[in-house]
Design a protein around this ligand. Sequence first.
Ligand SMILES: [Zn+2]
Length: 408
Amino acid sequence: MAKLDRSAGGGDARDKTRQEVVSLIRSAGQIARIDIAAKTGVSPATITAITQEMIQAGLIEEVAPDAGRTISGRGRPRVSLKLRGDAHLMAGIKVSFRFLSLVLVDFEGNTLGEHVQPISGPRVSPEALVKEIGMLLEAATAEIGRTPDDISGLGVGLAGTIDAIEGFVHWSPSLTERNVQLRNMLEAVLPMPVFLDNDANLVAKAEQLFGEARGVRDFIVVTIEQGVGMGIVIDGEVFRGTRGCGAEFGHTKVHLDGALCRCGQRGCLEAYVADYALLREADVSLPAPSGKTPAERLDLLFEASRSGNPTARSIIQRASRMFAMGLANLLNIFDPKLVILSGERMSHDFLYSDDVLAAMHDAVVQVDAPPPEVKIHKWGDQMWAKGAAAFAMEGVTELAVRRPAVDA
Ligand SMILES: [Zn+2]
């Protein structure tokens, strides 16, 4: 495969159609040309020309008709198209407080390798992060007998306020500095184009490409980790806001002059549902066990609530009601088809409870149509990394279809 270059010439009017065709094939797995034409509304002749270009460029391939299927006798059996897995290798990395998690995927989205590397600190300098990502790519590709030179695109997800278009980090809890042109720093030392985004947006991307939101045009993903994040997808595109600061669900206000948040403001949702908020409440009236970590104290709080301690229960119930109110606000603003609640830790199960969903539904504008569907999807750092790989895959597709010239 030819090296992909971000600066390679502009595309033509067919670029968007090519992108659409690739994503249609990706979500279908296999699909015939005539069905692509029907679904995109593009003429069969154009679809034939476009797919021929992409076959020559090695992005897609024909699949022989299913020999096992009985042919009705009318016409030729239809040839389907699928993505060519070997076409490109992508890497996705999730930066968390303790680890860098990496996943390697092929162009079809199959996982080829996974690797986790401890990070040197919860907050690192941009230079240190670039170096550690370089080491991680070396180690991970070596495991599958490849090198970083084989990677067509790298997606990197980290928490914070990130301008994905510019690859610019306004602020991230993982970095010691603000205002970092992290994409350019990475591309200066790595051999592949780099795609950078807020981690919650990447979860939305992963849900769209591989997960619960396949084929859904309008949906919202709410991520529950140390903080509360959100990814908004409108008409198939991640909505990013103007400054890359949108979708700060955790800092929407749920109480006038309410509890103090880490961001310095009052009444934010996070100030009621985040770990520190629950522990702050617990510290007021529950016996404080000595020598326990915050995670252990949190476990004790959940345990006390489950066993009927009225104070513990009131803490959890208040957080649940605040979360339900926040979700209802989202539904009332966006009216999405689907809401995915996505998180890793079982300890936050109370936020996914039937009570929370019932309270949310009560606060949503009622009409004679079914309310948005709510799905719960628990996953770990590797899936966040897969979201980063999904973002890289999208970027690589964009670069690859721009000039689907045959690789000499
Ligand atoms: Zn806040």
